[in-house]
Structures are given as structure tokens and as C-alpha cells.
Design a protein around this ligand. Structure first.
Ligand code: SAH
Length: 397
């Protein structure tokens, strides 16, 4: 590791409150803005030394001048050369995945804090890499260059495309940028997971991709699915395409027409027939449940209902409604695969909601598996925010 003790004098120092010191000592890596004692004159995106109120050195962090998360710790030591640390950590992230990523050429290569690279996300879709910058520090031109150089050196992609989240750039007070190719001519490709093929297109306006965090859950759902299957919130068909390998009839529902168009192309690519329905899932499930429809397998994978803690109550009502309606449509022996990607909804909350839905519909649910995000989206035990996906597979008795 290219860290030299004593080099810390080159970077500005920021003192943090005792509460934030305790948080870092408990293994977390974030310091909130309200816990900064002073950050006057510190440039946006700087590498800073973090000290306690008495000036004792605690570690090196990346500073954001606008986010509520003002500091993201990257090392407990002084960091002499951030560029070489970046290169090492990208190499380590790639090496971490070598033994654990299976049956796919699409996976997350770098997952921000969980790979000790806060603010950087890199996904691989066959021979195309897609990356996303989430913080001021990672957006600096020289940092971007090092990231791209190292990705090229280690993975030799045909192209690299950038995926921009305008809301994140706004929160980080960064100038607007558009999504699109950064390097290479090739913008689209076909990737495979669990033997199922998908289109990827990295050009703005036709952006496709996948919820890579569900990859291992697709395989689990395909294992349990049978009969007629309903994939609710299907996006580009992740669960539906997997279930089509085993089910007689598969229906995918989403409110996004562009997503369903890609889903249909994906179905053709795999030679399977799936019925795609453009609808509001809440309305559709209400109608279907009321009219006595039956499915042997139902997948629910809605968008995050609780974006903040304040949304928790209404989010839980949303999950409950969906799960109630799905349970009403499942016969004995039916399979429910139900997901939540809201970090603010804990696994415990989610299971409690499901238990209540089972009672309300007079169903007995037997849990087959309580699952989470795919292993290329690692979880830092002491940073609970890195764990967000719940996927519960159960069978109706
Ligand atoms: N299951 C998908 C990911 C789902 S993401 C996969 O594995 O790839 C959530 C999806 O919900 C998005 O495609 C979005 O278009 C859709 N969506 C959001 N609100 C909806 C609503 N009210 N009704 C139907 N679909 C909705």
C-alpha cells in the first residue's frame, strides 16, 4: 500500500464532533455535515485528514462541500498518493469478485463504500463497462483518468460508458453532464446471466442494463417457479425471462413502455414467449385479485418505496397492499418471491409485513429462503447502508 505515515501534513485537516468520532470508531465511514467542527476553506472534493476535537488523527477522508454526508473515510492512515490507492482498490475489487461471480458476464465490478471506493460504481456488461460517479472527489478530472486507466489495464473493455444520475450531481453541486460513451465505438452488446441473454445499450436515450443485484435471486426464483407466472414490476424482464425457462405461461407487468419494449426484444433473443402488460401494478393487481385470477408463481419487485426514513409508513402500506393482492391470487403450493430494495425497510420490517399479509389473507406461508443482494454487491457489516435488498421466497400452504 502506497501510504506513508507523516504525509498527512500535505492535506487539510477537519475536526469532527465526539458523536462522529464514536461513529467512525464503531466502524462506520460517514461523517455528516452537522458533525463537522469546522470546514472553512476546504475545497470541494478534497482529500482531508480527519481529527478528533483534540486534534488526534483518525484517518483520511474524501470531502464534499454540499452533500449531507460531508466526509467518507477511505483509510485509517494518512494517504500519500490517492491515485495509487485508487489503482490498488480497483484491482482488489476485481480480485474479490473472481472467485464469487459465477454464470455471468455481467456483474458489479466496484460498489462504492463496500469496495472502499466511496462515490464510484462500475458495472460490467460483457465487453462494455459502465461507470457512475457519485461524489465531488471522484468527479475530479485526474481521478476519472486514473479510474479509466486502471479499468482499461485490468479488464480491457471494448468501450466505457458513463451513466449519469442528474439528481446526484445536483446534490453534489457538480456541473450537469450527460450519460454516454467515454471511450470506444461499441455502445451495445449482449450479456448473459444464468444462461439467459439480455440486450445492453449504453447510449443515452436507449439506455438498458440490468438490476445486477437481483442476478442470484433470478436463479433462485427460476428454481421454484412453476405453472403460470406473473412478474410484477418486470422492467426489462429479469425475473420473467428466467421463469420462462420453467413455466408454461409468463406475464410481465410494468408501467414503463420503453422497459417493456426491451423486455420483448430480450424474450425474442431467448426464443421465449412472454406476455407483456403496460399497467400500473397497483391497479392491475387490484383488478386481477378481485376477479379471482390465479397464478402459481408471483414475483413482486417494486421500486424503492421508502427513499427516506420519513416515507417508511407509507412504504409499508404499499408493500402490504401488493403482497396482500398477490397472496390472494396464489393457490396452495403457489410461490411468492417478494422484494424490497428500500434500505429504510429492514429485513425484520419486511418479514413482519409479509406475516401480516399472510394472516389477513388466511394463508400460511412457509419461507423457502430469505435472500439479499448478489455477492458482487458486498455488504460492509459495520456500514448498514450497504445492505439494502431483501428477496423473500415462500410457498403457500
Ligand atoms: N424486476 C426488475 C426491476 C424492477 S425496477 C428486474 O429484475 O429487472 C422497478 C420497476 O417498476 C421499473 O421498471 C418501473 O418502471 C416499474 N414501476 C414503477 N412504478 C410502477 C407502477 N406503479 N406500476 C408498474 N410498474 C411500475
Amino acid at each position: 500500500m502506497a501510504r506513508t505515515a507523516g504525509a498527512g501534513h500535505l492535506v487539510p485537516k477537519i475536526a469532527i464532533s465526539p458523536r462522529a468520532v464514536a461513529r467512525l470508531k464503531a466502524g462506520h465511514v460517514w461523517v455528516y455535515r452537522s458533525d463537522l467542527v469546522s470546514a472553512e476553506g476546504i475545497l470541494p472534493g478534497s482529500l482531508v485528514g480527519v481529527v478528533d476535537p483534540r486534534g488526534k488523527f483518525l484517518g483520511t477522508a474524501l470531502y464534499s462541500s454540499s452533500s449531507q454526508i460531508a466526509l467518507r473515510l477511505i483509510a485509517h492512515e494518512p494517504v500519500a498518493d490517492f491515485h495509487s490507492l485508487l489503482r490498488e482498490r480497483i484491482a482488489a475489487a476485481i480480485a474479490y469478485r473472481e472467485p464469487i461471480v459465477r454464470d455471468t458476464n455481467a456483474y458489479r465490478v466496484v460498489f462504492s463504500e463496500a469496495d472502499f471506493l466511496p462515490g464510484l460504481i462500475v458495472d460490467c456488461y460483457n465487453d462494455i463497462l459502465s461507470f457512475q460517479i457519485l461524489t465531488q472527489a471522484m468527479d475530479a478530472a485526474d481521478i476519472r483518468e486514473t479510474v479509466v486507466d486502471q479499468l482499461n489495464a485490468k479488464l480491457q473493455p471494448a468501450s466505457i460508458v458513463e451513466r449519469v444520475d442528474p439528481r446526484v450531481r445536483q446534490l453534489e453541486d457538480l456541473p450537469p453532464r450527460s450519460s454516454g460513451p467515454l471511450q470506444g465505438e461499441k455502445n451495445s452488446t449482449i450479456f448473459t446471466m444464468n444462461g439467459v441473454q439480455f440486450h445492453f445499450d449504453g447510449l443515452e436515450g436507449q439506455k438498458t442494463g440490468a438490476f445486477l443485484d437481483q442476478r442470484e435471486n433470478y436463479a433462485a426464483a427460476a428454481q421454484y417457479a412453476h405453472g403460470s407466472a406473473l412478474d410484477v414490476f418486470c422492467y426489462q424482464g429479469g425475473f420473467a425471462l428466467h421463469m420462462a425457462q420453467r413455466c408454461e405461461h409468463v406475464v410481465g407487468v410494468d408501467s414503463s413502455r420503453p422497459a417493456l419494449e426491451v423486455a420483448d426484444q430480450n424474450a425474442a433473443l431467448n426464443g421465449c414467449e412472454i406476455e407483456w402488460i403496460e399497467a400500473n401494478a397497483f391497479d392491475l393487481l387490484k383488478d386481477y385479485a378481485a376477479s379471482g385470477r390465479r397464478y402459481d408463481t408471483i414475483v413482486l419487485d417494486p421500486p424503492a418505496f421508502a427513499k427516506t426514513k420519513r416515507d417508511l409508513d407509507s412504504a409499508m402500506r404499499g408493500y402490504k397492499e401488493l403482497n396482500l393482492r398477490a397472496l390472494k391470487m396464489l393457490p396452495p403450493g403457489g410461490i411468492l418471491v417478494t422484494c424490497s430494495c428500500s434500505y429504510h425497510v429492514s429485513q425484520q420490517d419486511f418479514l413482519r409485513m409479509l406475516a401480516e399479509a399472510a394472516v389477513d389473507t388466511h394463508r400460511t406461508l412457509r419461507l423457502i429462503e430469505v435472500r439479499g443482494q448478489a455477492r458482487d454487491h458486498p455488504i460492509l457489516l459495520n456500514v448498514p447502508e450497504t445492505a439494502y435488498l431483501k428477496c423473500v421466497a415462500s410457498i403457500v400452504r
